[in-house]
Design a protein around this ligand. Structure first.
Ligand SMILES: [Zn+2]
Ligand SMILES: [Zn+2]
Ligand SMILES: [Zn+2]
Length: 324
């Protein structure tokens, strides 16, 4: 039996998707189902559930982290897709990712090629903490035989890293202690503050590229992981009500920013962090050519990349070392 909390009134119930005995609310929309699963013992320990329940009863609300929610919603969205799109007469289905027609197994929604690209186990070097393509046999750095790990896939990495970025943004406010940006931020209007937070999320995703460029020697593989992270980011907006066109333009904006940051980094190999910090201060807070603001952003970028390296990449390596 799943212990869950009603996402509207905070009452306890058994089963995430059943109607609430107190207020009668029944999650039927994808976003509500994902939130209901997030507030169940599948995803939160009992102490956390208690905290959420009290917050909802007090009318404070629960801050759902968008990327985590998109990850939780994924299997539900895929199941919906399967039943909505399966052609009963031919037994064929259009791949949810690339649109190609294929004959699905029990509940596959993506064609074998798409699945191979994102779900095939990757090879890892535990000594160097490096991740390689599935076919790689030996570490490019130390020459050791690689370990193929069924737990490490493009999809899994993208989920771990995406959630890592989202949590870092929600939980740690490095900028609160910053010398210059903190003051500027306190004067932002509600809309500006929202836009600024969105830019920070995009910057956080760009930071994942910096982490991946160290942990994943193949740039093609790194790119595939980044694309999956952007797909999750897109899904997080769809979940919050963005239609396909709006979600596309949000992704376009994100990729344009990645290009701008890459350009800034390429300006000067010695001072690339400063240039990136400057570009980040411009996009996130509208401050350009201010050394203090650029430094604040450099510290933020350094923090996010450190957390991702330690909390995601090293965590995977630790887990795999224990498993050997
Ligand atoms: Zn309720
Ligand atoms: Zn496909
Ligand atoms: Zn190695």
């Amino acid at each position: 039996m799943t212990l869950a909390i009603c996402i509207v009134c905070g009452a306890e119930k058994f089963g995430a998707f059943v109607p609430c005995g107190e207020c009668g609310f029944e999650p039927t929309e994808l976003a509500d189902k994902a939130k209901s699963l997030a507030l169940s013992d599948h995803h939160s320990p009992p102490a956390e559930l208690d905290k959420f329940s009290r917050a909802l009863k007090d009318g404070v609300g629960v801050p759902f982290e968008p990327i985590s929610l998109a990850v939780i919603a994924r299997p539900i969205a895929e199941e919906n897709y399967y039943w909505e799109h399966l052609d009963d007469s031919t037994g064929m289905l259009r791949c949810m990712q690339c649109g190609v027609e294929f004959r699905p197994g029990t509940d596959a929604v993506r064609c074998p090629l798409c699945r191979a690209g994102s779900e095939e186990p990757l090879s890892i070097c535990l000594k160097c903490s490096l991740i390689f393509d599935s076919e790689a046999k030996y570490c490019q750095k130390c020459g050791a035989a690689l370990r193929v790990s069924s737990n490490v896939t493009v999809r899994g990495l993208a989920e771990d890293i995406g959630i890592g970025v989202g949590r870092t943004l929600e939980n740690t406010d490095v900028l609160a202690k910053s010398n210059f940006v903190a003051g500027v931020r306190s004067r932002l209007s509600k809309e500006e503050s929202y836009a600024s937070h969105r830019e920070l999320m995009v910057l956080g995703m760009y930071c994942t590229g910096l982490v991946l460029s160290k942990a994943v020697p193949s740039s093609a593989l790194g790119l595939r992981i980044t694309q999956e992270i952007v797909a999750l980011y897109r899904a997080s907006h769809t979940l919050r009500g963005a239609d396909a066109k709006a979600a596309d333009s949000i992704c376009d904006h994100c990729l344009r920013r990645f290009d701008e940051y890459t350009l800034a980094v390429g300006r000067d190999p010695d001072k690339w962090e400063m240039w990136l910090g400057n570009e980040a201060a411009k996009n996130c807070f509208g401050i350009e050519g201010h050394i203090g603001a650029a430094m604040d952003m450099m510290i933020w970028i350094g923090h996010v990349t450190k957390v991702l390296q330690g909390g995601v990449i090293e965590a995977i390596m630790r887990r795999e070392r224990i498993a050997t």
